[in-house]
Design a protein around this ligand. Structure first.
Ligand code: ADP
Ligand code: MG
Length: 239
């Protein structure tokens, strides 16, 4: 068993070819141990979402390797990867991805049911996760019956539900007012304090301050790394 929940080893991701080649990531190495929250900052287009997608096994690197709890994702088949993602990885997408035909509770319960948990227990776990982010009251509403902030919290509950050991969040506070945003980060922080590992993409220094460490991306490369809270001189580079 690896000492890291997630490890990227010299990872590059190239899109396209010829004149349209985009180097989304170039030679990125980083690792996050259980109990640790790592923030990823950087300007738009610097590769933050690409990094998270690779970490979650939603995309594959062009070079290098990604390891979750010591398992090289590149060596898993489609089914093995899907199972590892459902069981171990909670992912908050930049564009939420809630299923419109399912209620909040059904959206949150889905990954558990897909993993073989009985419907009754999956619903109980879903309600617990919804309560954790303070939206248990919308459990039986459909996404189009909720505010943007409520939808975002439901998406976060879906990432937290069950025994997830790795939390990946891509600007998870975008649609939230600052008070709610901070409380959601507090929930992610608490999960990491309880032993999960987290990767948090954010462009707000205030949010990165919840993390133990911050890495800064620029043009697909890690250009700086610091313990949080970052010195003002580093954070100013981002604005
Ligand atoms: P960020 O999340 O920091 O804004 P992204 O990881 O989304 O950055 O994108 C990094 C770079 O890779 C950008 O230049 C983006 O346009 C490019 N990119 C991302 N995904 C694709 C794709 N599927 N095809 C082509 N280029 C892409
Ligand atoms: Mg992004």
């Amino acid at each position: 068993m690896s000492e890291y929940a997630i490890e990227l080893r010299d990872v590059s991701r190239v899109h396209g070819s010829g004149e349209t080649t985009v180097h989304a990531l170039r030679g990125v190495s980083l690792s996050v141990a259980p109990g640790t929250l790592l923030a990823v900052m950087g300007p738009s287009g610097s590769g933050k979402s690409t990094l998270l997608q690779l970490a979650g096994g939603l995309d594959r690197p062009s070079e290098g390797s990604v390891h979750v709890e010591g398992v090289a994702l590149g060596e898993l088949g489609r089914a093995g990867l899907a199972q590892l993602r459902r069981r171990g990885i909670g992912y908050v997408f930049q564009d939420l991805n809630l299923i419109p035909a399912l209620t909040a509770a059904e959206n949150v319960a889905l990954p558990r049911e897909l993993d073989g948990v009985r419907a009754r227990q999956a619903r109980a776990e879903a309600l617990t996760a919804l309560r954790e982010v303070d939206v248990e009251n919308v459990a039986d509403r459909f996404p189009d019956e909720m505010s943007g902030g409520q939808q975002q919290r439901v998406a976060i509950a879906r990432a937290l539900v069950g025994p997830r050991r790795l939390l990946l969040a891509d600007e998870p506070t975008g649609a939230l007012d600052s008070y709610t945003g901070e409380s959601v980060l507090g929930v992610i922080r608490a999960r990491c304090d309880a032993g999960a590992a987290g990767l948090l993409v954010t462009h707000e220094a205030r949010h990165a301050a919840w993390a133990d460490r911050i890495v800064f991306l620029r043009d697909g490369q890690v250009v700086d790394e610091t313990v949080s809270p970052a010195p003002d001189s580093l954070l100013e580079v981002q604005s």
